[in-house]
Design a binder for this molecule. Structure first.
Ligand SMILES: Nc1ncnc2c1ncn2[C@@H]1O[C@H](COP(=O)(O)OP(=O)(O)O)[C@@H](O)[C@H]1O
Ligand SMILES: CCCC(=O)OP(=O)(O)O
Length: 356
């Protein structure tokens, strides 16, 4: 069997995760952490490019990776223009959109740019897979109460699509025939419903749905308007308040689920209330998504870091198990999902999509 060595890069807000795979087998994985102080000098996400590139190149050198041995480099895709699910070859149009953050600033905008920067050094293709702007919303799901503020499809597409494929395989069912409610329980929380292989409705963890360890989710709009026009905050302050300094962190001073559970075990009633409120909001959103498909749900899938928490999974499950069986796939394997997306193209199983 032909051997393809692939470098996968997943830039997050405080880390850059990299891994090298030979076909489906991992050779090594490294999480490069970035402290707030290290990132402070960079006004925009793209300004971090050289800094992160050097760290990735150093990691490759430390692991003695011969760049000439790579068949492709693949990065997590950012909030590009709304697009279909799949693997895309990184092109100049994409690079321009990633640089300027065409929909919004997000660390994942660096994924495709870093992949291309490294791939070009050895003349191999660079790809992204299932970027956060995968958009398969049905028309009904796009309408909000304000015509000039439509609902947008921005979510943990890479992890949720990969997990949906895993569920189909494990249940021995056809991916396209399953109806699943899929929930990424990470530092942000996405809740979506997938029917016939398409995520027909989903909450953007940065502006809708449940609150999460670091983000506000949907907040009462009147209160938010008053906050915005109080004169106390700039637009950047408000964005940071909603995305990064909200949720568990705002209520409890930590975004770490394990710390919250330790506090609950020690009798902290505020921690218990807030943690249960997060589970309650997740469950409510799952209930809402069940109505999208008239309750005809094959499975509810909990994934992401917080799905390791037996306590949280129990609290959510108690409220939703009447809808459909609950399936738990803790953690995320986005690096593997990236490598697999690149492999499908290298093996000719899938045509790379072209970003326009
Ligand atoms: N065993 C655990 N118990 C409780 N919370 C956990 C556990 N493992 C991870 N978490 C929490 O999961 C969250 C991070 O999830 P993750 O999927 O890694 O995030 P991201 O979406 O940012 O990649 C953090 O709040 C972390 O504290
Ligand atoms: C923009 C939606 C996806 C998302 O929130 O990703 P992160 O949790 O990695 O910021």
């Amino acid at each position: 069997m032909q051997q393809y060595k692939i470098l996968a890069i997943n830039p997050g807000s405080t880390s850059t995760k990299i891994a090298v795979y030979t076909n489906e087998k991992i050779n090594f994985e490294q999480v490069i952490r970035h402290s707030l102080d290290e990132l402070k000098p960079f006004a925009k996400i793209y300004d971090q490019y050289d800094y992160r590139l050097q760290l990735v190149e150093k990691a490759l050198a430390d692991y003695h990776v011969d760049m000439e041995s790579l068949a492709a480099v693949v990065g997590r895709g950012g909030p590009l223009k709304p697009l279909a699910s799949g693997t895309y070859e990184v092109n100049e149009t994409m690079i321009e959109d990633l640089k300027r953050g065409v929909q919004t600033e997000h660390a994942s905008n660096l994924g495709g740019i870093l992949a291309k920067g490294i791939a070009d050094q050895v003349n191999i293709p660079a790809f992204i897979v299932d970027p956060v702007s995968v958009d398969e919303l049905q028309p009904l799901a796009r309408i909000s109460g304000l015509p000039d503020v439509p609902r947008r499809s921005l979510f943990h597409a890479l992890n949720l699509k990969a997990v949906a494929h895993r569920v189909a395989k494990d249940l021995n069912k056809n991916y396209d025939e399953l109806t699943l409610i899929l929930i990424h329980l990470g530092s942000g929380i996405s809740v979506g419903v997938q029917k016939n292989g398409k995520m027909i409705d989903v909450t953007n963890p940065n502006d809708l749905g449940p609150f999460s360890p670091e983000r506000a989710g949907a907040v009462p709009s009147y209160g938010l308007i008053n906050l915005c026009f109080s004169g106390k905050y700039t637009i950047e302050d408000i964005k940071k308040k909603l995305i990064g300094n909200a949720g568990l962190l705002a209520h409890l001073g930590t975004s770490n689920g394990r710390d919250v559970e330790d506090r609950i075990a020690a009798g902290d009633s505020k921690a218990a209330l807030v943690y249960e409120a997060m589970a309650y909001q997740v469950a409510k959103e799952i209930g809402a998504m069940a109505t999208v498909v008239n309750g005809q749900v094959d499975g509810i899938v909990l994934t992401g870091g917080l799905a390791y928490s037996a306590m949280l999974v129990k609290m959510i499950t108690a409220r939703i198990k009447f809808i459909a069986p609950v399936i738990v796939y803790p953690g995320e394997d986005e690096l593997k999902a990236l490598a697999e997306g690149a492999l499908r193209v290298l093996r000719g199983e899938e045509q790379p999509k072209v970003y326009k």
